[in-house]
Write a protein that binds this ligand. Structure first.
Ligand code: NAD
Length: 478
């Protein structure tokens, strides 16, 4: 069985313990590879390598750093199909999605920050007899911890700005989907990234992620994952005065007014509900529909969703692939059961399904539920699967109260042709990201993140470069 390696100090290496965890193929439910079960010793080794590499990497001319990162972007693009197949096998997502979204975005992350750092400037404040100028200096060794839903996409979203800004990195991908991070380490070697600049330590959250978080000399933690783990990272890192950036869970509202562009809304809502099996933190899992079009929407939405093909991730005709892990599959099914107990009616889906030849795979039909109150657990807790609820509303005030009623505040989608209303909702909604008449349209320069239990800090563009640098003011009197 294939064994993947850690990437520490520029070389691929075994975990010091010599032990490995099983890596599962979600479409068959069977193990297919082994991932290092690293521990504190591997984290320490990675830290030493990163600390030694920092002086050279941080003082390298920006143009040179930029060239290495651009080379990594080129290599990701050259390996598009290989990386996409690996991502699809590891995660269960349709290979078509990995080809169109995950892997191109991973390359774009490197390319974007390779360019952005060459444009990153600081400010000066003039006084009558002095000048102040601001330095923005890299922090040192930083830690990044990422989840399984968009494995290479989110892994690189953190690494690229951290490296561009001159830091050295200890990165921990999810142990559930580590394969493309491993393949990236091979590409970093090919690109000539100096040793120790990026160190990828694979393994369990408690043995690796927690050790990176509590390491006294790791200066910042950039985390994407669940609110539960984010809270634990904040608890450990805050008293150490580390910088933290936390991108966490969501329970996003999708608000549909009767005056919307109906066809565009319907097609996009199918995607925003079920893309990546509903396992995107930005998916709109609570759909609110103005009552005058509720029945029409319900019929059309259910019909469209029934047409989605649940199937093996490797088949190009598949719309909905497999759920990432058995634990997560069981969690989603338990929430469907809860929805029934809470009085919900399943309009379509609601059960596990086994495509031909995949009797042990983790597949769930795209599921639409109606008849639930906005404040029940199904509508308040993150399910993070192919499950959405639909609910009618009569007024802006009413729908805003529903939309803002959860502890989460990541994103919101609003469908209306009324520009004043769109602005009113955008202003009043408790979320870090609002999409009007679109969904998941991303410009990498924009701030990305959530409010309430969805996030602390912002990623993207200059926000990420600011996070990964420390500000210093220098005042010189004439
Ligand atoms: P998770 O929190 O279980 O794990 C995320 C990462 O943290 C993994 O690498 C894991 O090994 C590590 N980890 C676990 N325990 C740790 C600890 N005690 N200390 C340090 N690291 C630890 O999340 P997941 O199940 O991998 O991902 C799904 C979650 O991620 C969902 O809640 C989803 O909403 C969220 N997410 C958020 C965003 C966003 O941008 N806000 C994007 C994608 C996913």
């Amino acid at each position: 069985m294939k064994r993947i390696s850690n990437y520490i100090n520029g070389v691929l290496s075994e975990p010091i313990s010599g032990s490995y965890l099983d890596l599962y193929n979600p479409s068959t439910g069977q193990p297919y590879a082994k991932v290092p079960d690293s521990d504190v010793r591997d984290v320490e080794k990675a830290f030493t390598a990163a600390e030694e590499a920092f002086a050279n990497w941080s003082s390298m001319p920006v143009g040179d750093r930029s060239r290495v990162l651009t080379k990594i972007a080129d290599l990701i693009e050259d390996n598009l199909e290989r990386l996409a197949s690996a991502e699809s096998l590891d995660n269960g997502k349709p290979v078509s999605l990995a080809i169109q979204v995950d892997i191109p975005r991973a390359a774009a992350n490197f390319r974007f920050f390779a360019q952005a750092i060459t444009q990153f400037s600081t400010s000066a404040h003039e006084m009558s007899d002095a000048i102040n100028y601001t330095l923005r200096q890299p922090l040192g060794v930083v830690g990044t911890i990422s989840p399984w839903n968009l494995p290479l996409y989110l892994f690189t979203w953190k690494i690229a700005p951290a490296l561009a800004a001159g830091n050295t990195v200890i990165a921990k991908p999810s142990e559930v989907t580590p394969m493309t991070a491993f393949l990236l380490s091979e590409l970093c070697i090919e690109a000539g990234l100096p040793k120790g600049v990026l160190n990828i330590v694979h393994g369990d959250g408690l043995k690796v992620g927690a050790e990176i978080t509590k390491h006294p000399k790791v200066k910042a933690i950039s985390f994407t994952g669940s609110t539960k783990v984010g809270r634990e990272i904040a608890r450990v890192a805050a008293p150490m005065f580390k910088k933290i950036s936390l991108e966490m869970g969501g329970k996003n509202p999708n608000i549909i007014f009767a005056d919307c562009n109906y066809e565009k809304m319907l097609a996009t809502t199918v995607r925003s509900s079920f893309a990546n099996q509903g396992q995107i933190c930005l998916c709109g899992s609570r759909i609110f529909i103005e009552s005058t079009i509720y029945d029409k929407f319900k019929t059309d939405f259910v019909n469209r969703v029934k047409m989605l093909k649940v199937g093996p991730p490797s088949e190009s005709s598949t719309d909905i692939g497999a759920i990432v892990s058995q634990v997560h599959y069981e969690k989603i099914l338990s929430y469907i059961q809860l929805a029934k107990e809470e009085g919900g009616t399943i309009l379509t889906g609601g059960t596990a399904v086994f495509p031909k030849g995949h009797d042990h795979g983790w597949y769930i039909e795209p599921t639409i539920i109606e008849g639930l109150d906005a404040d029940c657990r199904t509508n308040q807790e993150e399910i993070f699967g192919p499950v959405v609820t639909i609910m009618p509303f009569d007024s802006e005030k009413e729908v805003l109260a529903y939309a803002n009623s959860t502890n989460y505040g990541l994103s919101c989608t609003v469908w209306t042709e009324n520009i004043s209303r769109a602005n009113r909702i955008a202003k009043a909604i408790e979320a870090g990201i609002v999409w009007v008449n679109t969904w998941l349209l991303r410009d990498l320069r924009t701030p990305f993140g959530g409010v309430k239990n969805s996030g602390v800090g912002r990623e993207g563009g200059l926000e990420a470069l600011r996070f990964f640098t420390e500000t210093k003011n220098v005042c010189i009197q004439f």
